[in-house]
Design a binder for this molecule. Structure first.
Ligand code: 0O2
Ligand code: 0O2
Length: 225
């Protein structure tokens, strides 16, 4: 198989990543416009490099050639990543994706409730996404990984160490990574509790204000009259 065939095979994936990046970033800006805080901190995307596709075909024991089998078994050739500040934001983003009708959710993997043995945590959604090409519509699979900034920090460090040790971590490094994953989990929990504190404080603050001066009405109340 020459690179020409790979170019043709990968081009709808490039298109899908570009389009999905715009759409997911669009959700972020819409929250900005409506003045509400966005559950999305930032979005990244990539098409799986050929070298990684090659490694995956060896792992899975499938031929390294553009094929329907490859497209079906490598569900992350198109990969999007959504980073959130708080763990709760992840469920909000998942729901937003489920509700869209420009992509179809095929599978969800909850590595947040059930973290991987490595310590990895993230929420994965496989979607089917239609790409319009000059020779018609092609449905491609894309993997959307949704995680907090802390989960992302851990995963990116672990990923580079994994690369260095080719997956064969010395026992000590493995243990340290697992405890670092615990620490990241604690950080997320702490941040979540601060977030609810802030929200409780805001509700409390507005109640006090109303009690102190009942003549001050909100714009909403005025509009209802
Ligand atoms: P902005 O305005 O900074 O949000 P492209 O290079 O065109 O293919 P893109 O999206 O620029 O596409 O690159 P990529 O690598 O997919 O995504 C990188 C985006 O994620 C960049 O934003 C980075 O600023 C943002 N990013 C990366 N790390 C962090 C981080 O730790 N915190 C925050 N807040 N953002 C991060 P953009 O898209 O260039 O635009
Ligand atoms: P890369 O370099 O990110 O592209 P699969 O291996 O995909 O056939 P599985 O187990 O169903 O089978 O896939 P999974 O675990 O749902 O998703 C795989 C992707 O999740 C990985 O892609 C990583 O991006 C991420 N991931 C899963 N486990 C770990 C982990 O322990 N550490 C880190 N850092 N990331 C993880 P790739 O293709 O492995 O790599």
């Amino acid at each position: 198989m020459g690179p020409g065939l790979w170019g043709v095979f990968l081009s709808p994936y490039i298109q899908a990543v570009d389009e999905l990046k715009i759409k997911l970033k669009g959700m972020r800006s819409q929250f900005g416009i409506t003045g509400s805080t966005s559950p999305i901190e930032f979005v990244t995307g990539r098409v799986k490099p050929l070298a990684s596709i090659y490694d995956k075909t060896l792992e899975k024991g499938i031929p390294f050639e553009p094929s329907l089998q490859l497209a079906a078994e490598l569900q992350d050739i198109a990969g999007l990543r959504i980073m959130c500040q708080f763990v709760d934001d992840i469920a909000t983003v998942v729901e937003l994706i489920r509700q869209r009708d420009d992509m179809k959710v095929i599978e969800e993997k909850d590595y947040i409730s059930n973290s991987k043995p490595s310590g990895y945590r993230s929420y994965h959604i496989i979607v089917e996404y239609p790409v319009e090409t000059i020779s018609g519509k092609i449905e491609v699979l894309a993997e959307i990984q949704i995680r907090t900034l802390a989960m992302n920090f851990w995963a990116s460090i672990e990923h580079s160490l994994n690369y260095k040790y080719k997956g064969l971590f010395p026992e000590e490094i493995k243990n340290r990574l697992q405890s670092a994953a615990e620490a990241a989990f604690k950080l997320d929990e702490e941040m979540s509790s601060i977030r609810s504190e802030i929200q409780e404080a805001q509700v409390y603050f507005s109640e006090i204000k109303e009690a102190v001066n009942p003549n001050i009405r909100t714009t909403d109340e005025k509009e209802r009259e």
